[in-house]
Ligand binder design. Structure first.
Ligand code: IPD
Ligand code: CA
Ligand code: CA
Length: 271
């Protein structure tokens, strides 16, 4: 079945259906562009010592922006490669990561995604994460649950840390964050089954939502890394907070997402 049509059966509210269809259409278009460019040579520009941007990040962002603007004129867009500020706005706002996992993409490591979320006064309404190589469309609408392609998804029921597969990420600001990263690793690694660092935060969150991971934590993230995945995890029955246990917002820089059951066990380890 057509992925956009299929996604629409998730909810009955007309506005939500319009926004979900717009987010899915944009994510699928960008994903197709990314897939075609994956095995081509890339033009790489450095944003920092290890922080890359490729021509595909920029092209994907342009495609998403054009698609969202056509389908939902009037809703502003905050997208990674053109964002000028992180100021929240009172009304609706699209938050876009045109290519999450750029380092993986540039190296030919097959773990990256497009992430698109709609916030309404800071609350997530729609979240879409699309992994183009596996053709997996993760989507959620507030109050309506979460899906991966045509099936409903939910977080794991893992109750003990020693049985948990947890993911994390390492911020680009390596020097400044290394002591915290190492302290957290020292606390978490001996207590869980294993840790993964796959390299795309939005996809890590989607994997918590669909039960491939039991938890995920990372610091120094941006709104476009977390906004869509946050809703996916919540709608799949999981829990998302900051490292201190405060309610999460995509404007928080640190995130702990879990199946909910493990949250109280993971919190003291990442604090
Ligand atoms: C990055 C990825 C990575 C995470 C970084 C993010 P980008 O996003 O999500 O997994 O560790 O903190 O910035 O730069 O590939 O869009
Ligand atoms: Ca990102
Ligand atoms: Ca990106």
């Amino acid at each position: 079945m057509d992925k956009i049509q299929n996604s629409l059966s998730l909810c009955t509210d007309n506005n939500q259906r319009t926004w979900l269809a717009a987010a899915c259409r944009a994510a699928l278009a960008a994903g197709s562009l990314i897939r075609k460019r994956y095995e081509q040579p890339h033009t790489i520009t450095m944003k920092g010592a290890i922080d890359l941007v490729t021509e595909t990040d920029v092209a994907s962002e342009a495609a998403i922006t054009a698609s969202l603007t056509e389908d939902t004129p009037g809703i502003p867009i905050m997208a990674e490669e053109t964002a000028t500020s992180h100021a929240t706005v009172a009304e609706r706002l699209w938050i876009v990561d045109p290519l999450d996992g750029t380092t993986n993409f540039a190296h030919g490591f097959p773990f990256f995604a497009v992430s698109i979320a709609l916030l309404d006064r800071g609350t997530p309404v729609v979240g879409v994460v699309y992994a183009p190589l596996s053709d997996e469309l993760f989507f959620a609408v507030s109050g309506c649950g979460a899906r991966l392609n045509d099936r409903k998804i939910s977080v794991t029921g893992t109750g003990r840390l020693i049985g948990a597969l947890v993911a994390t990420g390492f911020p680009y600001q390596v020097e400044a964050t290394l002591p915290t990263v190492m302290r957290q690793m020292q606390a978490v690694l001996p207590r869980v089954r294993d840790i993964r660092r796959a390299g795309a935060a939005a996809l890590d969150l989607a994997h918590v939502a669909c039960g491939r991971l039991d938890g995920f934590y990372e610091m120094n993230l941006q709104p476009w890394d977390t906004a869509a995945g946050w809703l996916l995890v919540q709608e799949a029955g999981g829990m998302v907070s900051t490292f201190s246990g405060a309610p999460f917002s995509p404007f928080s820089s640190d995130i702990l997402a879990s199946n909910g059951i493990l949250h109280p066990q993971l919190l003291p380890l990442v604090q």
